[in-house]
Design a binder for this molecule. Sequence first.
Ligand SMILES: [Zn+2]
Length: 65
Amino acid sequence: MKELKTAICPKCGQEYKGVPALSRMDGKTQICADCGTKESLDSIGISKAEQDEILAIIHKHFGTE
Ligand SMILES: [Zn+2]
């Protein structure tokens, strides 16, 4: 069984568990999965409002907070 580490995301300041995402900004900063998703969506031109909608759908289906 893998141990889930808790870390603070430097981007949103929230505590998260599990596998971090790598920030696209510098390629080495570890951020939470949500921020990783947001950066990806941002890079393909999705607006902030749409990003929040997509994240809400992801949370609904995968049960993460
Ligand atoms: Zn974050």
